[in-house]
Design a protein around this ligand. Structure first.
Ligand code: P6P
Length: 328
């Protein structure tokens, strides 16, 4: 089912085979999650963040599938320090967050796996627009897999009989009458930047419904499944690039949101005036919010501010938030 569907959507045989292997890794992670204790692994990742036993378990499962795949030349994850060489004859490189939102794992909230796939072994100097596929798994009450190979966004449900197509062509409707949801992350930034405080306050006054769990996968999944909403995780003077990683989180999710007819941005405004940043010009000349997909990849651990959702809402956010020194 999944393999044939991916081929039908235009994936070549090798890519469809790779995504099938990744779906098997997700099945294994899903099964392990239910029975794994929530203890700490006693180690830290390359960001100095405490790793949970389940972080390591999920990363090890992914590494086993990626390292053993004939299609993978190289891979890296949020939990690893460096690019891992896999098969010298491999075609793709894979970047993933094996258990995103793991800090929610010990309180039994939904977590996910995020995966971006590129052709070639080296992505430095390239952009997430070159991804040939992106997908996430959501380990909620149900385990679902949401994937795109460049022909729309499609959701599969893990059943006892395997992966079954649950929703075809998820779309962000852009309908102004659709219910308004927002996921304002990094609220601590409102203490450091008046523009974000003002934007969040305005959206509350406009009666946006809050849907923020602290897990990027369930929060972005909510936007895709409802067909409306905006996820925000801005930078701030004490952390201009924010917290979320370009390769392992923002790039794949931006690919999926844009494949569903939505928009993404890092907050940069590429206006005709060439001001090189959000703020004054955006209001004057119409904001050309730079897509997350066009952010140049300069390191494996690169972070970026990120705004994902309906086109109108993403543009509004970029116009409302000004450039922070050192943010771009
Ligand atoms: P905060 C989870 O740790 C994560 O990486 C994303 O899944 C999530 O959107 C974000 O961080 C939550 O960050 O600052 O709200 O804890």
């Amino acid at each position: 089912m999944l393999y044939d569907y991916l081929i039908e959507k235009g994936a070549g045989r090798e890519l469809a085979e790779l995504l099938l292997e990744l779906s098997r890794a997700i099945e294994e992670i899903s099964a392990v999650i239910v029975h794994t204790e929530t203890g700490k692994a006693g180690t830290q990742n390359s960001y100095g963040e405490e790793q949970l036993a389940m972080d390591k378990r999920a990363d090890d499962i992914m590494a086993r599938y990626l390292g053993g795949s004939p299609y993978v030349a190289a891979y890296c994850s949020e939990e690893l320090d460096s690019l891992q060489t896999a098969n010298p004859d491999g075609i793709f490189s894979v970047f993933h967050d094996p258990l995103d939102g793991s800090s929610l794992f010990d309180v039994n909230l939904s977590v996910g796996t995020i995966i971006g796939v590129y052709k070639g072994a080296d992505v430095m100097g390239r952009t997430p627009r070159e991804q040939v596929a992106a997908l996430y798994a959501l380990y909620g009450p149900k385990t679902t897999l949401v994937v795109s190979v460049g022909a729309g966004v499609h959701e599969f449900l893990l059943t006892e009989g395997g992966w079954k197509l649950e929703s075809e062509s998820l779309r962000l409707s852009g309908d102004a009458k659709a219910k308004k949801y927002f996921a304002p992350g990094n609220l601590r930034a409102t203490l450091e930047r008046e523009d974000y405080f003002k934007l969040v306050t305005e959206m509350m006054r406009e009666q946006y419904t809050l849907r923020y769990s602290g897990g990027m996968v369930p929060d972005v999944n909510h936007i895709l499944k409802k067909g409306s909403g905006v996820f925000m995780y801005p930078g701030m003077p004490s952390a201009p690039q924010g917290k979320l990683r370009l390769l392992y989180e923002c790039g794949p999710l931006a690919y999926l949101i844009e494949q569903a007819g939505g928009a993404s941005s890092d907050g940069e405004c590429e206006c005709a005036g060439g001001c090189g940043g959000g703020g004054a010009c955006a209001r004057a000349q119409g904001c050309q919010a730079r897509s997350v997909l066009d952010v140049k990849i300069t390191s494996l651990t690169q972070k970026t501010p990120v705004f994902l959702g309906g086109e109108v809402e993403v543009r509004r956010v970029v116009e409302a938030l000004s450039k922070i020194e050192g943010q771009y």
